[in-house]
Design a protein around this ligand. Sequence first.
Ligand SMILES: [Zn+2]
Ligand SMILES: [Zn+2]
Length: 162
Amino acid sequence: MNCPKCGNVLISKTVKTAASGSIEVDLCETCGGVYFDRGEVNRITKQDADRLSNTHTHGTMHDGTNHCPKCGASLERYWGESVPSDVYVLRCPDCSGTWFSHDELQKFKDAQSAKINYFRTWKIPLSSLSSVLIPGAFCCVDWLNAYRGRPGTQPTTNGNIC
Ligand SMILES: [Zn+2]
Ligand SMILES: [Zn+2]
């Protein structure tokens, strides 16, 4: 798998998430970009994102193809209410994987944490959190429970947030 941005080979990295076990991401050690399989970006916290961003190194940048490292489709910029307009997220229209350039992942997680804290403070129902998460296949209940500080509790309004 090659980096869609700089063309270098991505390395597979296991991230032990603070909330729900481990996930595999594909990291570019040259430009610091990270590729997530469908929905997985919702499973990491701000702290996980910070650790990921610290691992990148510099090297020779080549021209990227802007193709999904997993399935080869052309990546498209994702616009949705879960992503602030100044955060640049690329999403694969075929497999729903997401690509974050260096810094963008932290910016996204900052915005996501702020929004979740807002919801918690105002006791807005969990179903509204669809506006926080990038759409994907994973159910994020574990992750949300960790954010809510109630591990193992089944929310009653999880609906179709994932
Ligand atoms: Zn790269
Ligand atoms: Zn894809």
